[in-house]
Design a protein around this ligand. Structure first.
Ligand code: HAM
Length: 419
């Protein structure tokens, strides 16, 4: 038997319905915030992620699915959505005539070669949104608010952890301070962190191996290295978050795992019974990324939410997801003579907006009654040759069990009144 690959999963049945519900919430909120739907390819040139996300990030150095295709090209399966959207923006020269910012959202499969565990897989879905073409605080706020309201609409109680990495000058000063601070401790750091020290010392703060050591806890804080402009900007953002009553906590150790961020970075957390403190999503500003990928200097900000952890959080927090597991009408036929009429009525009612099913297995009336109950049909339509002679059918309310004869031409009107 061929089984699914480690770190992948199938979504079907009730789980599929739940995802559809989450999708509908996301579509609805993105419409209100005016984000347009975008799909980018599952595979891209490896270089896009190496240069975009950063060679020294764990994501690129350890987790990407890289391969050479039959034409000898270096290809990577998309590990995140931002780089692809930026590639699309540059390739189509959307910066040429930017009278309005570009606001897009995606809902796509991503691939990371990670150790699978609860809420962490090798193939997973992210909902993400990118806001390209504004450096204004209002754009930061648009993205953070969209993220926060999405979780709130789903019924989850979340808190947003925020920090600022500042502009290039602030980030460089901070980088220098980290190298100075960590150099005397180098022998007490893990092998990966020794490598990170000169290449990208910010990554040391994100290290899972050294996470609880005092060396990391006492490391310099970003906030002390922000220049005046960056600090003012960060304070302004907090004022706006207060104004919109978006709850946040400052976390001076938050640097995020991808290399393209500057200014605000944030992560969304929920405390979930039996699971703990769970990161459901994250994002931030990435003003340098478009230039890094050979475009002009255009500011941007975005975020992404992981479906797996969000679904896990919804289930562990016992949040009721409204899913429809019943149908409106089950159409039954006594013999083959009524099959054509059954097919006709089924299609006609579906086209008029009713959820309908009929018997595809020639079960006979007894089996059809059982099917109707299993499918939780609200109404039954029972066809027999005698009634059909006068163009009538038997309609039965499956709850009260009351029956009525209804003319076929009046069925839509009848069901509209009763359902
Ligand atoms: P990220 O923090 O790498 O950011 O991923 C965002 C979310 O995707 C995580 O918080 C988590 O919920 C989910 N996620 C990540 N890896 C996995 C996995 N292996 N299995 C299940 N879920 C996972 C980004 O990807 C950035 N592109 C976000 C962004 C958009 N920044 C700016 N714009």
């Amino acid at each position: 038997m061929i089984t699914k690959q480690k770190g992948t999963y199938d979504i079907a049945g009730v789980e599929g319905k739940k995802r559809e519900y989450v999708n509908s919430i996301i579509r609805g909120i993105c419409e209100k915030y005016n984000y347009d739907y975008i799909e980018t390819p599952v595979f891209e040139a490896t270089e896009l992620f190496h240069r975009g996300v950063g060679e020294t990030s764990d994501l690129v150095s350890k987790e990407t699915y890289d391969f050479t295709d039959r034409g000898g090209r270096n290809i990577t399966l998309r590990p995140e959505g931002t780089a692809g959207v930026v590639r699309y923006f540059i390739e189509n020269k959307l910066y040429g005539n930017m009278t309005e910012p570009i606001k897009v959202f995606y809902n796509e499969k991503m691939y990371r070669y990670e150790r699978p565990q609860s809420g962490r897989n090798r193939e997973f879905t992210q909902f993400g949104a990118e806001f390209i073409g504004s450096d204004d605080i209002l754009a930061d706020l648009d993205i953070i608010s969209l993220a926060y309201q999405t979780y709130t609409l789903l019924g989850l109680d979340v808190v947003i952890k925020i920090n600022s990495l500042g502009d290039t000058e602030s980030r460089n000063n901070y980088r220098k301070a980290l190298i100075e601070y960590f150099t005397p401790h180098i022998n007490n750091l893990c092998e990966d962190c020794k490598e990170r020290l000169n290449k990208n010392p910010l990554r040391i703060l994100d290290c899972k191996v050294d996470a609880s050591s005092d060396i990391l806890n006492n490391a310099p804080k970003t906030i002390d290295y922000l220049n005046k402009e960056s600090l003012d900007r960060y304070n302004k953002l907090k004022e706006y978050l207060d104004l919109l009553e978006i709850p946040y906590e400052e976390d001076q150790k938050l640097v995020r795992g991808l290399d393209y961020y500057n200014h605000v970075v944030f992560e969304i957390y929920a405390d979930i019974p039996n699971v703990g403190h769970l990161a459901l999503g994250g994002g931030g500003r990435y003003n340098g990324l478009i230039k890094e990928l050979d475009g002009p200097e255009v500011p941007a900000v975005g975020f992404a939410m992981g479906y797996d952890r969000t679904m896990l959080a919804l289930s562990e927090a016992n949040i009721n997801i409204p899913i429809n597991d019943s149908i409106d009408v089950y159409i039954m036929y006594v013999s083959d003579d009524e099959k054509e009429t059954a097919a006709y009525i089924t299609q006609n009612l579906r086209l008029n907006g009713f959820i309908c099913e009929t018997d595809y297995l020639n079960k006979g009336l007894k089996g059809e009654f059982k099917s109707a109950d299993r499918l939780k049909a609200k109404y039954l339509i029972i066809l027999n040759d005698k009634d059909l002679e006068s163009n009538e059918v038997n309609v039965k309310d499956n709850t009260t069990k009351e029956e009525e004869k209804v003319n076929i031409n009046d069925l839509v009107e009848y069901l509209d009144m009763h359902l």
